[in-house]
Design a protein around this ligand. Structure first.
Ligand SMILES: Nc1ncnc2c1ncn2[C@@H]1O[C@H](COP(=O)(O)OP(=O)(O)OP(=O)(O)O)[C@@H](O)[C@H]1O
Ligand SMILES: [Mg+2]
Length: 220
């Protein structure tokens, strides 16, 4: 069976990275017969992508990155990631957990920066060759709460430093995407304890795994 692509999305500080790590540990200890499991992220899931990530999120030279240059760099990162990592892994039957994917580009570069949504959809199509997530968890958090968590975490990157209004538009983008894709995007209220959020994600994924034919084994 082909693998599955599980994506975590949402504004800064919702707990995407935290919950992805927790889900990996849970899946490794679960009775679901998952032969191989990998975690990856965008930008930065390949060697080329790591360089692009530094350019996109690093402090840089102070030169302003144009909105379209930013969009094209995310598209280059995604193209390389899909071609050289995601598609080969999925073909091997791997379950792939991915920190951000196509919806982030629509939310940040489309709703946040105001770039043309049709153009972004076309670029996403070129970059992915039509590869969609099997399931996307949208960790929905109030923008101020999320940014406060990120501030408490320490150093902030170039995107995190953008103004609150920008992040509010991004948040609206995720809400609109979830409304348009109710089967693929699951909203998770991320303004709860890590344990509560993790338990809901595990319950939802358990149902999906069963529906996809991963039969739970009770043998030790
Ligand atoms: N449910 C929670 N309640 C309180 N704090 C949390 C919760 N989940 C995560 N955190 C903390 O909030 C901070 C941000 O979490 P995390 O890095 O997982 O978010 P993220 O969505 O990956 O953010 P980014 O978009 O910046 O990568 C971390 O310091 C993390 O320990
Ligand atoms: Mg993160």
């Amino acid at each position: 069976m082909d693998g599955k692509l599980i994506v975590f999305e949402g504004v800064e500080g919702g707990g995407k990275t935290t919950q992805m790590q927790r889900l990996i540990h849970w899946l490794q200890a679960s009775c679901f017969p998952i032969a191989s499991l990998v975690a990856t992220r965008e930008p930065g899931g390949t060697e080329l992508g790591k360089g692009l990530r530094r350019l996109l999120l690093g402090q840089g030279s102070g030169e302003l990155v144009s909105d379209r240059a930013e969009l094209l760099m995310y598209a280059a990162d995604r193209t390389q990631h899909v071609e050289t990592f995601l598609k080969p892994q999925l073909a091997l039957g791997t379950m792939v957990l991915c920190d951000r994917y196509t919806d982030s580009t629509i939310a940040y570069q489309g709703y946040g920066r105001g770039l043309n949504l049709d153009l972004i959809e076309q670029l996403n199509e070129i970059a992915t060759g039509g590869l969609q997530s099997d399931l996307t968890f949208w960790l929905d958090i109030n923008v101020e709460v999320g940014l406060a968590r990120v501030r408490a975490r320490g150093k902030r990157d170039r995107i995190e430093q953008a103004d609150v209004e920008f992040h509010r538009r991004v948040q609206q983008g995720f809400a609109e995407l979830a409304r348009q894709n109710p089967d693929r995007i699951i909203r998770i209220n991320a303004d709860r304890t890590e344990d509560e959020v993790a338990q809901e994600i595990q319950a939802i994924l358990s149902r999906s795994l069963a529906a996809w034919g991963y039969l739970k084994s009770f043998e030790s």
